[in-house]
Design a protein around this ligand. Structure first.
Ligand code: PMP
Length: 431
């Protein structure tokens, strides 16, 4: 414990909140964040040697689990040849082709280093292509911390209950319209009013930043139809769903071709990689071919590309998505049993290996306003009890659980038993 408290004090002296990204500070749950020393398969280990079954997977990238041998080997091999060249390397071409094979609607892809950067660049590209200003986003969706989309987002923003961020000019967000999810009429109405001004509609086609708000296919189809009718672009932000729900993400699963897709997380297999992709007509506007400027010193970094290639190669093995579905279903069932036995009203949302836990009765919400935020307090008390039982879940109610190909039925049972015990203790705290 001494190691942790010392590290925590030093971290808080040296970094705002002691972290490099806000939710890691555990501000939305009780207790202090453990410091992670290492990960292996489905588990992480803190600096005191305690093991946890990891249901967060670095917030999504680790679909193979921690330190997968094929990924580590690829990274080590690439690193020995040098960390960065600032010139195009063969691995970039290989990963670009691998991405385009999985997202056949697109002709070209540009690599960046984070999901935020991908979204920010895709917004600029949509504006450059359509010569329009207005961007539409949805309440409860998070697209990184790009200024134009820092409006009533999910993730850290929902967690801390703020509608936007300080430091974002009002003029910038004045060009962003925020609509409720799951509401065709609201989108119809906006397009009827401002259709000719809209550059793009940005959506997480499987919103996973305010719990898991599974959308009806009909809603996504309506977005596709209206954007087409009005000359706007449909931008699927698949930073979470890309490669996770299917090789070609929600674009594949929904059968809807968007105009732009943004990727991150799994694409880099734990290394910093993001990307945006579209058909040629749009991508030819990107510098150096066209006038939409976007660049990056470390973009297409050879070590990160190697991690991405190795990750996609492993995912290509037969049966991987079936395995994720099987284990996701097992986790859903086990968590439901725990909650039911503890007498807690709940509903669960799940798509494959992503699980959303709602401490409110069915039906599971599909829009941000349908979330009963009162459960967040109960979750805040449950979270440290779960950690003490060796279960690592997101430090916020407004997040989801991820499982990986390294998880097994035994991990699911460890989670179930940990949850059973944590819920018993919670009942004593909050009768
Ligand atoms: N888009 C979505 C859908 C995300 O979930 C995230 C991050 N959770 C981002 C964009 C931003 O990605 P990054 O944190 O890599 O900047």
């Amino acid at each position: 414990m001494a190691v942790v408290s010392n590290l925590l004090a030093r971290a808080r002296l040296a970094m705002p909140g002691g972290v490099s990204s806000p939710v890691r500070a555990f501000g939305a749950v009780r207790g202090d964040p453990p410091f992670v020393a290492r990960g292996s398969g489905a588990e992480i280990f803190d600096v005191d040697g305690r093991a946890y079954v990891d249901l967060l997977g670095s917030w999504g990238p680790l679909i193979l689990g921690h330190a997968h041998p094929a990924v580590i080997e690829a990274v080590e091999r690439a690193a020995r040849d040098g960390l960065s060249f600032g010139a195009t390397c063969p691995a970039e071409v290989e990963l670009a082709e691998a991405v385009l094979r999985r997202f056949p609607f697109a002709d070209k892809v540009r690599f960046v280093s984070t999901g935020t950067e991908a979204v920010m660049s895709a917004v600029r590209l949509a504006r450059g292509f359509t010569k329009r200003q207005r961007i539409v986003k949805f309440e409860g969706c998070y697209h990184g911390h790009c200024d134009a989309l820092m409006v009533k987002g999910g993730s850290g923003l929902a967690t801390f209950g703020v509608a936007s961020s300080a430091g974002v000019p009002a003029e910038v967000v004045a060009m962003t319209e925020v609509l409720p999810l799951d509401d065709e009429a609201a989108v119809e109405e906006l397009f009827a009013r401002r259709g000719s001004e809209i550059a793009s509609v940005v959506i997480e086609p499987l919103p996973a930043n305010a719990g898991l708000l599974v959308q009806r296919r009909e809603f996504l189809r309506t977005l596709r139809r209206l954007t087409r009718e009005h000359g706007a672009l449909l931008h699927f932000d698949e930073v979470i769903s890309g490669f996770r729900v299917a090789p070609g993400g929600m674009a594949q699963l929904s059968g809807i071709d968007p105009d732009i897709v943004t990727l991150g997380k799994i694409l880099g297999g734990g290394m910093p990689v993001g990307a945006y992709l579209a058909r040629d007509e749009i991508m030819q506007l990107v510098a150096p071919l066209g006038p939409v400027y976007q660049a990056g010193t470390l973009s297409g970094n050879p070590v990160a590309m190697a991690a991405g290639i190795a990750t996609l190669r492993e995912l290509d093995r037969p049966g991987t998505y079936e395995q994720l579905e099987r284990l996701g279903a097992a986790l859903e069932k086990r968590v439901a049993t725990s909650l039911r036995d503890a007498g807690i009203e709940h509903s669960l949302s799940r798509v494959g290996s992503i699980l959303g836990l709602w401490m409110q009765k069915s039906p599971a919400p599909r829009a941000f306003h349908a979330i009963d935020g009162r459960a967040a307090e109960r979750y805040a008390r449950l979270h440290p009890l779960l950690l003490a039982e060796g279960v690592w879940m997101a430090p916020s109610y407004f997040e989801v659980a991820f499982i990986s190909l390294a998880h097994t039925a035994e991990h699911v049972e460890r989670v179930g038993q940990g949850l059973d015990r944590a819920l018993q203790k919670l009942a004593v705290l909050v009768p």
